[in-house]
Design a protein around this ligand. Structure first.
Ligand SMILES: CC(C)(COP(=O)(O)OP(=O)(O)OC[C@H]1O[C@@H](n2cnc3c(N)ncnc32)[C@H](O)[C@@H]1OP(=O)(O)O)[C@@H](O)C(=O)NCCC(=O)NCCS
Length: 155
């Protein structure tokens, strides 16, 4: 698995990603995400054997993160045809050393996840994120848990 910066030649593959059912409540279509957030978040893709299977964003610059001085992880998506094969878990294992290398000054990484998105919540908890106990009220589909992972203490 390779995590790398998104570039314009990835656009066709990324905007073709599909999520179905309840998952559509938790992420925006990527064409929309790229046009509305590209200026103030860094875009990344997740590649497996040369195939782009996922996408995520990092907010390192707005000073509007859910926890001060932390990076904020956004718009994590594994394309539906590649879900339930362990890629989400593998992505989160790769993510922390990747962020540490890309953003060596960051104290940690935080995220918000919809309180009904049990699959993602379980994945984040199993992968090293801690639930802060804080709830962010204004999520697009209801309240969201605030989670974080300390990057300073990685080996
Ligand atoms: C959340 C998300 C990123 C998880 O990605 P994923 O690649 O499906 O994750 P994994 O395959 O590692 O794990 C998902 C499930 O598959 C199971 N699984 C893992 N490997 C498996 C395998 N080889 N065979 C069958 N099932 C497997 C896991 O146990 C897990 O089960 P759970 O739903 O009970 O927790 C993906 O569902 C997604 O893109 N969702 C839509 C967007 C979203 O909600 N993003 C989060 C916003 S905060």
């Amino acid at each position: 698995m390779l995590l790398r910066s998104y570039n314009e030649s990835d656009r066709k593959a990324v905007i073709a990603f599909v999520v179905t059912g309840k998952q559509t409540n938790y992420v925006d279509p990527l064409a929309e995400t790229l046009s509305t957030t590209g200026l103030y978040r860094e875009n990344y893709v997740i590649e497996v054997n040369g195939l782009i299977i996922g996408f995520f964003q990092i907010d390192s610059k707005t000073n509007n993160q859910c926890i001060p001085d932390h990076l904020e992880l956004h718009e994590v998506i594994i394309d539906s045809k590649h879900q339930n094969q362990g890629y989400g878990k593998e992505f989160l294992k790769e993510l922390f050393p990747f962020l540490k290398e890309q953003y060596s000054e960051a104290a940690g990484v935080c995220l918000t996840v919809n309180c009904k998105n049990h699959s993602a919540i379980n994945l984040y908890l199993r992968s090293g994120f801690a639930d802060t106990g804080m709830i962010k009220a204004e999520g697009r589909s209801g309240p969201q848990h605030v989670m974080k992972k300390d990057l300073a203490r990685l080996d």
